[in-house]
Structure formats: structure tokens, C-alpha cells
Write a protein that binds this ligand. Structure first.
Ligand code: BGC
Length: 759
């Protein structure tokens, strides 16, 4: 260690710098590249057909670009043969630089896990890391070395369809998830073994703050609120060593994120030390024209100068940067900088040593979508089901006759969820399949998904019509709603229990699928109403990609089990919970509103000068509604179990803490019920007086603990200035001495607190 420091000092004195082998290699390579070839490295295209192409065609635009050395990477081609052929062309043409291959591997690759919002409700970071690890193993066997995940956009408005793709509304939990996923994809040692892939953290930044939840919409946040409420997950991912970021579609402070130098250079690179490359989102550079910034040449130049390195699908860099250099609008040094960052990523991935290291027919045959991987997907889905209501009807006894009804009961796509491109999506175990395997059961569709047939066709087949028009589609609403209802009622009458599978199919959430009304569609409510009239117990299995406003649904249900889109083994995993083989333990990572008018709704809101308690009715001149409570129907952190837990009062190891010291907060949690279970114990803080206003509570710690029936566990959290700090008005990260409330409980609502003074 000492020797290295001495060597470095001597070297600096002598005016020389020691270059890493990577720098030396890239210096050498770049010295041989023409300006055009360097610009080519900044260009990223999607694979043709996106979903279905098998081989590179003569007229293939990517192949033509590759021959000219004008493509640095390709994404979205799940077919390894196709990717291999592209790599061959890349190596034979231009400077022979290997391509990087990206893909939206979002919640598993071939083996599909619950959607990210569902995964987050496990609050199990080890489990989440393992899902990313398995996704990396599977994707890398297919030639993919770069995944467009984790998606870490914080979202407070469930109208936004892409809430399904992220980890919910809390920046602390989001940060923990971001780290777990980056470690899972890349490994912890930054060495990129051949089955580790580069993460691409998205969407940078603040995309989840889209005004009124409408996709791609503008974001209006102060820098302070952005940093405190939204940006911790992006920061955590940088600290975990994420290799790349994707810029987002939205604008921030009047500047599109894709050309926002404050976001990319000042914060991500300078303040957080990120040294990888940033790719635009798909066509985001070209979209800056519609944002009203300038023509393609202008927006391309500004994006590059603001710190963007790679252009996804706009052809802005490859189409205009040469001209901009000729005109003196852009410096060659700007292009060199971006090109170097992309070459560094390829170097780190080992592509210069072996451009084919991520293709493995053997691994593809033996390690992808195996029975073992599927078994793991089932285990994962066990931990991602949130029990929202249970009057005691659950768990069900095996052997009871179940009527499985509802438009989601046989939908494989709804199991796989949004952003799953697995070739095995169609093999997803449906709820109907899973339940039939454990108990005598009958099935009825029960209702249309949506009242409007055109809309239903759109959400079911919109993506297929766009990307794979050759896939046949089935017409909707071929049977009248009244016939479906009548059949369901008959089946319900003949059964002991009704399992109603309702909610959203995958096309109703995700990208470009915002909703203004997030209640259960009225056709499905009609079904629940008809079922209730039979007098049979009703278990609602809710499949959804977003929080729904369930106020109308709740009275019809004896139990509500929210299973999200639970993945390839969904039907099995849900049956395991319904019939008591698994005790549910998941807890919400988003608030579930009472009504859409409450949105945006999030637990870590600020107080006004006239605060109004969450569950008290209207009172004039306070911050409330005349016609709605402030509080959510189900709060952040909420989720039931088949057992019950009681919490002691929390205590602190000391009532005072020096600013550079630490204290331990502890609580005893007892399993007072009759079965073993996991409990997610949550710690929140509230800074009582500070130079800027602070949220009423902020999550700063959680532990998922197993507690056998009748036993107690003492749970401890260590607190330091770090957990009590925030970005002040000057955007400095500070812990301000004074009083803090430390709150512990089973969710963000039912907490007990103790006071801590920081000196
Ligand atoms: C989405 C990204 C995705 C990209 C590439 C965009 O439309 O916003 O999340 O990674 O497409 O498929």
C-alpha cells in the first residue's frame, strides 16, 4: 500500500501519470478511430421486429449501418442467433469493435418473477438480489450483456402505468432495492464474470413524478424535493457501482432530462461519482424537438454537451454530429468523451477479449428456464402477495369446492405482467390451473374485462398490433356480459367458496398505460355484486400492476389477496397462499387510495400549517376534502398475515445522541397467533424542527423477521446522523441537531414513537 502511494507521488512529481490497462487499451483504440467511427459508437438501435426476428436480413438497416461502422450497440433482440450474426458483422467491418447487446430484462428473463412493484412488497433484499442474479445468468446465456434495469423511479401517483415497473413511493426502500438489483446483475466485485451483465439504471431522472400520472408528462419539483423525495434510489445505484444509466423522457426545470446537464453532469457524475455511460431512452433525443427545443441537429448537440453518451433510436448523433463538428457547434472532445465511456463499458464487460463471451449454447440449454429456476420463481411469488383483508375465511381448506371466476383467472399474460419478453410467457401457470391442482374447482369467466370493447381490444392487443402484427388476435366481447354473469352465479351457488380473480391485465399498466380512474372496472364490480348475492364467501384475488382504489370492492369481499402480476409460477404460488401452505408476509410499498381524487397520495407527505388528521371527517379551514378522508384505504407498509403480531413500546439505548454518535432503537415483536410467520418491522423518523420543512414520517429502516407462533423477537435498529440527514435549502446533506421522533410499527400508520435529541 505504502509502496503504491510512494510510486504515485514520485510519478506525479515527475509529471507522469500511471494509466490503467483499460485506459491504455482505449487510448490505443481511439487513436485509430475516425471521427465517424467514434460517432458510430454512440449509436444504438433496436433489433428488427423487436420481438420476433430470427436472422439478419439483406435489407436489414442495422447490418447496413454496421458495415459502415455506424452502430455501437443493439437492443431488444431476444434471439441469440440474430445477435451472434450482428456481432460477426460488427467484427468484420469498420474498426471491428464488438457490439454491446441490451435488453429490457426487467423482472426475470426467461423465468419470469413478479413485476417489480410486486417484488418490492417482499421487502426482502436478498431475494430481490437473487432474482436479478438469475435474470443475469439467463440473459447472458442468450448473448445479452446489458439490461435496462433496475427501474427505480419513485412514484406517488398510481394513475401512472409505469408504477408497476418500480419499487413504490419510498426513496429509502427504493434505494435498498436499487442496490440489491445492481449487485444481482453486476456482482459485487465489479469484475463482470461471463454470467454477470451491466445494469442500466432508469429512468434518470424523476420520470415517476409525471404530472397527473400521465405518461411522459412534465415534472414540476424543486431541486430540494427531487433530491429528498425521489433521487435516493438513483444515488444508491451509483454507489453500488451501476455501469450505466438511461435518461428519461420527461423535462425537469424546463429542460428535457436527456439534455439536462444539472441532472447528468452536476449530480450524477460530479456529486455522486458515477463514471459509466448514459444512454437516452428510446427516441428521446428526437422527442426534444416536440419539447420545443430545436431541430435534430440542435437537440443532438445539446444532449451530447449536457453529458449524454449514447443515442437510442433517434439517429440524432449519427445523423448530425459530423455536421455540428464541421460547423464548430460541437467539439471533437465532446464526442471523444462519450465514445471513451462506451468503449470502457465494452472493455469492462470483457468484449474486447472475447466478443462472444456472453453467448453460450450450453448454458442456454442447461441453465435457462429450468425446473429449479421455476421453483425459485414460485418461492419468490410467495413473498410478494399482500393480504389486504381477511375476515377469517383464509386460509381455505383443501377439498372444499371452489368456484374460480373472473376475467383474470385464465390469463397467462396477466401472470407474466408488463415488460416480460420471455418466450415462455404463454406457459405461465394461471390462477385457474393453480387452484384446480389443490381442490375440486369449477371455472367461469364471469364478466368482461372492460365495458368498452374497443378499449379492451386496445389494452389486450395494442403491443401486438405494433410489434408483431402477424400474431393472430381473438375478438373480445363475443359472449354478452349478462350470460357470463349468470354462468358465474350458477357455479358460485354450487361451490363452498368463490375465488374471484379480478383486476388489470398486463396491458392496463406499464408504459403508455396511465389511467384516470383506478377503480376496478365496472364490469368486474358487477360480477362481485352478483357473487355477493349468492351468500357464498368471496375471496378476491387481485391481479394488478398498480394500487387500485378498492373502496367499492372491499364490502363484497371476505378476503382480498393482492398478488400483482405474480410471474410464471403465479397460479401455483397464489394457491399455496390461499390454501395455507404459505403464510403471506408481503407489505405494500405504495399507499392504496380510497378514491382517485386523493392522488397524488403518499405516506411521507409534509404537514401544512393547518394539518388535518388522516382519518377525521371534514373540518373547515384545515387541509382536507369535504367529501373524502385524507388517509389511504391501505397505508404504505400495510399487509396482513394468517397470524397476528403485537409490538412493545419502542425504546432507545439513549435519549440523546451526539451528532457523530449512534443510538439503538429496539422493539419486541410477539407472534400472538397460532402459526409461524414473517413480520416486516418498520422504523420511521420525523425531524420535529428543521430549517426546511420535513415529511411527517420517513422510513429509515426495516427488518423482515421470522417469528414462530407464541414467540417474541427483539428487533434492533442502529441510528446515526446519516438516517437523520436531508438535503437542506442549499442542497447540502445535513443532520440538524434537535428533536426527532423515532417511530416503529407494522406499517406507516400503526406506529408508536419515542423521542431522540441530537446534540
Ligand atoms: C422505455 C424504456 C425501455 C426502452 C427500450 C422505452 O420506451 O421507456 O424503459 O428501456 O423503451 O425498450
Amino acid at each position: 500500500m505504502r509502496k503504491t502511494t510512494l510510486l504515485l507521488a514520485l510519478c506525479l512529481l515527475a509529471g507522469c501519470t500511471t494509466k490503467s490497462p483499460m485506459d491504455q487499451y482505449i487510448d490505443g483504440l481511439m487513436s485509430k478511430l475516425t471521427l465517424e467511427q467514434k460517432i458510430g459508437q454512440l449509436n444504438l438501435h433496436s433489433a428488427p421486429g423487436f420481438i420476433s426476428a430470427e436472422r439478419v436480413m439483406e435489407e436489414d438497416e442495422n447490418a447496413q449501418l454496421l458495415h459502415k461502422g455506424l452502430l455501437g450497440g443493439i437492443y431488444g433482440g431476444p434471439n441469440p442467433n440474430l445477435l451472434r450474426q450482428y456481432q460477426e458483422i460488427a467484427l468484420q467491418s469498420g474498426a471491428g469493435i464488438p457490439l454491446i447487446f441490451g435488453m429490457d430484462v426487467i423482472h426475470g428473463h426467461e423465468t419470469v418473477f413478479p413485476i417489480p412493484l410486486g417484488l418490492s412488497t417482499s421487502w426482502n433484499m436478498e431475494l430481490i438480489e437473487k432474482t436479478a442474479r438469475m435474470a443475469a445468468m439467463e440473459a447472458s446465456a442468450c448473448g445479452i450483456n446489458w439490461v435496462y434495469s433496475p427501474m427505480v423511479d419513485i412514484c406517488r401517483d398510481a394513475r401512472w402505468g409505469r408504477i408497476a415497473e418500480g419499487g413504490g413511493e419510498d426513496p429509502y426502500l427504493g434505494g435498498e432495492i436499487a442496490k440489491a438489483m445492481v449487485y444481482g446483475y453486476q456482482g459485487r466485485d465489479q469484475q463482470y464474470a461471463a454470467d454477470e451483465v451491466m445494469a442500466c439504471v432508469k429512468h434518470y431522472a424523476l420520470y415517476g413524478g409525471a404530472e397527473s400520472g400521465r405518461d411522459y408528462n412534465s415534472v414540476f419539483l424543486s431541486r430540494q424535493e427531487a433530491l429528498n423525495g425521489y433521487m435516493n434510489p438513483y444515488k444508491a445505484a451509483a454507489e453500488a457501482g451501476a455501469g450505466s444509466y438511461m435518461s428519461s423522457f420527461n423535462e425537469f426545470e424546463g429542460i428535457p432530462a436527456t439534455m439536462n446537464a444539472w441532472l447528468m453532469d452536476d449530480v450524477l457524475r460530479k456529486a455522486w461519482g458515477f463514471d459509466g455511460f448514459i444512454v437516452s431512452d428510446a427516441t428521446a433525443i428526437a422527442e426534444e424537438i416536440a419539447h420545443g427545443i430545436g431541430d435534430l441537429q440542435e437537440v443532438s448537440a445539446r444532449s451530447l454537451q449536457a453529458g449524454l453518451d449514447m443515442d437510442m433510436n433517434s439517429d440524432g448523433f449519427v445523423g448530425t454530429l459530423m455536421q455540428s463538428v464541421r460547423e464548430g457547434r460541437v467539439k471533437e472532445a465532446d464526442i471523444d468523451r462519450a465514445c471513451r465511456r462506451i468503449l470502457e463499458a465494452k472493455y469492462k464487460l470483457g468484449l474486447f477479449e472475447d466478443p462472444y463471451r456472453y453467448f453460450s449454447e450450453e448454458k442456454f440449454a442447461t441453465e435457462v428456464f429450468t425446473a429449479e429456476n421455476r421453483a425459485f420463481a414460485r418461492e419468490v411469488a410467495h413473498e410478494c402477495q399482500v393480504l389486504l383483508k381477511n375476515d377469517g375465511v383464509l386460509p381455505l381448506s383443501k377439498g372444499k369446492r371452489a368456484a374460480v371466476v373472473g376475467p383474470l383467472a385464465q390469463d397467462t399474460g396477466a401472470m407474466a405482467g408488463t415488460w416480460s419478453q420471455s418466450s415462455h410467457n404463454g406457459e405461465s401457470v394461471t390462477l385457474w390451473q393453480g387452484i384446480q391442482e389443490v381442490t375440486p374447482a369449477s371455472y367461469a369467466q364471469g364478466s368482461w374485462l372492460l365495458r368498452d370493447a374497443t378499449l379492451e381490444d386496445g389494452v389486450r392487443y395494442g403491443l401486438i398490433r405494433m410489434f408483431a402484427p402477424h400474431i393472430p388476435i381473438t375478438p373480445v366481447h363475443t359472449v354478452p356480459q349478462s350470460t357470463l354473469l349468470a354462468e358465474a352465479v350458477t357455479k358460485a351457488r354450487a361451490a363452498d367458496v368463490v375465488i374471484a380473480c379480478v383486476g388489470e391485465i398486463a396491458g392496463m399498466n406499464g408504459e403508455g398505460a396511465s389511467r384516470s380512474d383506478i377503480t376496478l372496472p365496472d364490469t368486474q364490480v358487477e360480477l362481485l355484486k352478483a357473487l355477493k348475492a349468492t351468500g357464498k364467501p368471496i375471496v378476491v384475488v387481485l391481479v394488478t400492476g398498480r394500487p387500485l382504489a378498492l373502496t367499492e370492492v372491499e364490502p363484497y369481499a371476505n378476503a382480498i389477496l393482492n398478488v400483482w402480476s405474480p410471474g410464471i409460477e403465479g397460479g401455483h404460488a397464489v394457491a399455496d397462499v390461499l390454501f395455507g401452505d404459505v403464510n403471506p408476509s408481503a407489505k405494500l410499498t405504495t399507499s392504496f387510495p380510497r378514491s382517485v381524487g386523493q392522488l397524488p397520495l403518499y405516506y411521507n407527505h409534509k404537514n401544512t400549517g393547518r394539518p388535518h388528521p388522516d382519518y377525521e371527517p371534514y373540518r373547515k379551514f384545515t387541509s382536507c376534502y369535504t367529501d373524502e378522508l385524507n388517509g389511504p384505504l391501505y397505508p404504505f407498509g400495510f399487509g396482513l398475515s394468517y397470524t397476528a403480531f403485537s409490538y412493545s413500546e419502542p425504546s432507545l439505548s439513549a435519549a440523546e445522541m451526539a451528532i457523530n454518535g449512534s443510538v439503538t432503537a429496539s422493539v419486541t415483536v410477539t407472534n400472538t397467533g397460532s402459526c409461524d410467520g414473517y413480520e416486516i418491522v418498520q422504523l420511521y423518523i420525523h425531524d420535529k424542527y428543521s430549517t426546511s420543512t420535513r415529511p411527517v414520517k420517513e422510513l429509515k429502516g426495516f427488518q423482515k423477521v421470522f417469528i414462530p407462533a407464541g414467540e417474541s423477537v427483539n428487533v434492533k435498529f442502529q441510528l446515526t446522523a446519516e438516517e437523520l440527514s436531508y438535503y437542506n435549502h442549499e442542497l447540502e446533506w445535513v443532520c440538524e441537531p434537535g428533536d426527532f421522533e423515532i417511530m416503529i410499527g407494522p406499517n406507516s400508520r400503526d406506529i408508536q414513537s419515542v423521542q431522540l435529541t441530537v446534540r
